[in-house]
Design a protein around this ligand. Structure first.
Ligand code: PGA
Length: 225
């Protein structure tokens, strides 16, 4: 069975210098052998971390937090999947903050996922309800990568969903899209991470911007069994 994954979604946090220190501290942890770590810093930090990970041969994967919905063209501010492919292995798509703050629809999310896959990026699609999974299934019937179940009430609130409920939602998602790997995100911390990592239908967790704080994140991963 493949290792479970832990995704660190830094959102807007982190500078290049902080990121370098973070990687060196986290890379020393023996517990990294027990799961696959995917760090998703802001775009501006990806290149530095990609070089560092390669140079030191670290067992840490990189992810972007978004990708353009266009393969190419004139779209000021967007980062193309071609450009990302050089630096990252994973890409988060459709986080609820992008859906809410930037008007990303299910169609745009599906377009981004499609492009990501065509450019060998592994998409982690965030959904906050089953309706969004059904929409994904309609638009991409064979989707088989990662889905992060992130209920809105749990994001950044300190009120995580229960591990049992998250597991049962994962089961419902797999009834719709049997080949996807479901992870849970929303107020994951050092006290509850082991409970999510232990659930049968959950293949890992996603930790939000507190993961950019190296002390917080070290505490979290040290509590994975
Ligand atoms: P949180 O965020 O860990 O701060 O709750 C999760 C997310 O927004 O992806």
């Amino acid at each position: 069975m493949s290792k479970k994954i832990i995704v660190a979604n830094w959102k807007e946090k982190g500078t290049i210098e902080e990121a370098q220190k973070w990687i060196y501290s986290v890379a020393k942890e023996k517990v990294l052998l027990n799961f696959q770590l995917v760090v998703c810093p802001p775009f501006t930090i990806l290149a530095t971390l990609a070089q560092l990970i390669k140079k030191e041969n670290l067992q840490i994967s990189l992810g972007a937090q978004d990708v353009s919905q266009f393969h190419e063209g004139k779209h000021t501010g967007e980062v193309s999947p071609d450009a990302l492919q050089e630096l990252a292995t994973f890409v988060i798509v459709g986080h609820s903050e992008r859906r809410k703050d930037f008007g990303e629809t299910n169609e745009i999310v599906a377009q981004k996922v499609n492009l990501a896959i065509r450019h060998n990026l592994i998409p982690i699609v965030c959904i906050s309800d089953i309706g969004q999974v059904l929409a994904l299934k309609t638009l991409l019937p064979n989707f088989s990568h990662f889905i992060a179940y992130e209920p809105l009430f749990a994001i950044g609130s300190g009120q995580a969903d229960t591990p049992e409920n998250a597991d049962s939602i994962a089961c419902q998602i797999n009834a719709i899209l049997p080949r996807v790997q479901v992870i849970y995100g929303g107020s994951v911390d050092s006290k509850n991470i082991a409970l999510y990592m232990r659930q049968k239908n959950l293949k890992g967790v996603l930790v939000g911007d507190r993961s950019a704080d190296v002390n917080f994140f070290l505490e979290v991963i040290r509590n994975v069994e």
